[in-house]
Design a protein. Structure first.
Lengths: 209, 209
DNA sequence: TTCAATAACATAAGGTCAATATATTTATAC
DNA sequence: GTATAAATATATTGACCTTATGTTATTGAA
C-alpha cells in the first residue's frame, strides 16, 4: 500500500499545525514547504486545500495562506460540539463494540499504570488512543471523521497551553470510569462520564488561557 | 467577490452528485468533467479532492474516481449523527438566535402557505432553508460545517427515493412546531421536535428504499 | 488453462505562466 | 513641502500542460 506524496504532505503539515510548530496566524509559503518537505507543488497544494476544509488553514485568494487563527471563543465552540459527538460515540460504542475492542481499550489503559505519569506527550498519546478507540467502536465512519476533526482542533488548543499545564491536569482517571460503565453495558452512564471528561479538559485549558 | 474555477467546479459537481445526476458508484473521469464544465484539470481535481473529504467521492489511487456508493446502512449512520448535530443546532439557536434570524425563519415558513405543496423540489428547498437558518443561528461555524456535510449526505439519499416519494411525506408541519418552541424559548422542546422531524424524514425514506 | 509480458489508461506530480492583491514609488495638485 | 492619487513593482496563489507512475486488461505462449 503506497501512500501518495499528497498524503505525506497532508500528514506532516497537519502535525506541524496541531503541535503549533506552525503557530496560529503564521504565514504559509508554498515554496518554503516545498523545500522543507522536499515535495512538488501539487502535493503541497492538495494538502493545504484539505487542511483548509478542516479549519486548520485559511486561504486568502492570491494574497497568501495562513495557519488558521484561534479565537478565545473557539474553545467553547469546539467543546460544545465535541461533547455531543463523543457522547454519541461512547453511547453507540456500548451498543456495538466487539469484545476485542473493549480489550484494546483495557490494554491502552493498562499502559497508564506502567507509563510516566508526568510526561505530557505520553498522557496525550494515551488520551488520543482512548478516544479514537471509542470513536472507532461506534461503528460509524461518518461519525468517526467528525470526531477526528474536532479532536484535532481541540488538541491544537491544548498545545497552545501546554507550557502552563500540569501533568495532573490531564484527567485520565475518568477514562477508567468510562471503561467500567462500558463494560457494564451502561451507555447512559458512560456518556455522562465522557461529557464530564471533555468538559473538564476544556475548562482546565480555559483556566490557563 | 470573485469565485475561483475550483469553487465553481466544486459547487457544480456537488450538485450533480447530490441530485444523483451522477449516480452512486458511477465512474468519474477527469477528462470528461473538463469538457463538460469547460474547465482545466486543476480546478476539477481540487473540487474532487474536496468532495472526497465530504464522503461524496471515492478516489482509488491511479485507478479511477467514483461517486461514493450508498450502502443501506448509510441511512442509519447518517441519521444518527444528524439527529445529534441538528438537535444541538436548535438548542443553541434558542439561546443565541437574534430576533432577525427568527424573523427570517418565519418568512421562510410563510412561503409554505403560498407555495405549491405538491412540488417536491419546492418542499425540499423550503426544508433546506429552514434547517440552514437554524444551523446558522446556532452561532458556531464549526458546527455549521458539519451540519452542511450531513444534510448533503441525507439529501442525496432523498433523491435516490424521490420517484417513489409522495409530496405529503415531506413533514413540513413539524417546522411550525419547532419554530413555535423556539419563539417560546423552549430549547428542550424545540430539540425534541427537531429530533422527531429528522427521524420521521429518515424513516419515511427507509420505507421506500 | 495459466502465467507472463505488454499495451492502454487513469491519476499523481512537476514546472511554467497568468491573474490579482498589496506595497512601493512617483508624479501632480494644492 | 506635503498630501493624494495614479502607476508600477513585487509577491503569492490560480490554472494549465506535460511527464511520470502505477493499475488493469489484453494478448500470446507455454
Amino acid at each position: 500500500m503506497h501512500s501518495t506524496d499528497a498524503d505525506k504532505a497532508y500528514r506532516r503539515i497537519k502535525e506541524l499545525i496541531i503541535t503549533t510548530k506552525m503557530p496560529p496566524g503564521s504565514v504559509i509559503r508554498e515554496a518554503e514547504l516545498m523545500e522543507t518537505l522536499a515535495l512538488g507543488r501539487t502535493p503541497i497544494r492538495e494538502a493545504l486545500k484539505q487542511l483548509q476544509s478542516e479549519n486548520l488553514v485559511v486561504v486568502a485568494s492570491r494574497r497568501g495562506m495562513f495557519v488558521s487563527d484561534v479565537a478565545i471563543t473557539d474553545l467553547q465552540k469546539i467543546y460544545e460540539v465535541r461533547v455531543e459527538l463523543e457522547g454519541l460515540c461512547v453511547r453507540l460504542a456500548v451498543e456495538r463494540a466487539a469484545s476485542m475492542q473493549l480489550q484494546q481499550l483495557k490494554k491502552v489503559m493498562a499502559r497508564y499504570h506502567t507509563g510516566d505519569k508526568l510526561n505530557h506527550s505520553f498522557l496525550l498519546t494515551l488520551d488520543r488512543q482512548f478516544h479514537q478507540l471509542i470513536a472507532k467502536a461506534a461503528g460509524n465512519h461518518f461519525l468517526y471523521n467528525e470526531f477526528e476533526l474536532f479532536y484535532n482542533l481541540s488538541q491544537r488548543i491544548w498545545y497552545l497551553a501546554v507550557d502552563r499545564l500540569n501533568p495532573q491536569d490531564v484527567d485520565i482517571e475518568t477514562h477508567f470510569k468510562i471503561l467500567a460503565a462500558m463494560k457494564a453495558g451502561d451507555g447512559v452512564l458512560a456518556e455522562q462520564y465522557m461529557r464530564e471528561h471533555i468538559r473538564h479538559f476544556h475548562q482546565t485549558i480555559r483556566n490557563y488561557l
